[in-house]
Design a protein around this ligand. Structure first.
Ligand code: HEC
Length: 178
């Protein structure tokens, strides 16, 4: 094989290789599998399972209250002590005295200057009201003077509320567990 012949073969070989690459590329892009963004089957089933999981993970307030640990709640109350007294006749601090608070009317301390956001609501402090207020005061009552970032853990809140209830003379009945 002389040099000229070799070059011919080499060129033919390279050309074939290039052609194969091109064909392969075209074939690939023409037949590229499209991946589904969501699975088509079982979606119903999966959603049902997810709903059940959510229900199991987040017990409702009545359930949490019925299972609450009052002593643990007493410890949670430390977060409130800087601003609130709990005993009957206790003084107002940054926040009002909150004796007998469960079921008591809102903004009931005559000698405390409440925000109008709170005093305008009226009505009583029920279990669910306390729960949402303590979870996130500013979101629950926009404009409140209670500068407290809230207690995110639902069990901590339920324990605390049952501690407050244990210090309340005649609390309303617990919400029924469904
Ligand atoms: C930084 C001080 C501060 C902390 C901490 C704080 N509070 Fe308050 N709280 C206030 C103030 C101030 C008000 C009055 C709010 C208003 O007028 O809008 C208030 C109001 C309340 C009220 C309404 C009282 C009424 O007479 O209607 C309740 C109930 C309450 N706080 C519970 C709690 C609990 C429970 C905690 C602990 C988890 C807590 N607070 C922590 C300052 C505080």
């Amino acid at each position: 094989m002389n040099a000229l012949e070799f070059n011919k073969y080499a060129a033919a070989f390279l050309f074939t290789l290039l052609a194969l690459f091109i064909i392969n590329y075209i074939a690939d892009s023409a037949m590229a599998p499209h991946h589904l963004e969501e699975s088509v089957y079982l979606v119903d089933g999966i959603e049902k399972v997810q709903k059940e999981v959510v229900e199991v993970e987040v017990p409702t307030l009545p359930v949490l209250l019925s299972e609450a640990d009052v002593l643990a709640g007493q410890k949670v109350f430390r977060k409130c002590k800087a601003c609130h007294t709990l005993e009957v006749g206790g003084k107002n601090k940054v926040g009002p005295n909150i004796s007998n608070i469960v079921g008591r009317s809102r903004a009931a301390n005559a000698d405390f200057r409440y925000s109008s956001s709170l005093s305008d609501i009226g009505g009583n402090w029920g279990y669910a009201d306390l729960d949402s207020f303590i979870a996130d005061p500013k979101k629950s009552i926009p404009g409140t003077k209670m500068t407290f970032r809230g207690i995110k853990d639902a069990t901590d809140r339920a324990n605390l509320i049952m501690y407050l209830q244990s210090q309340t003379e005649s609390p309303p009945p617990l919400p029924a567990v469904e």
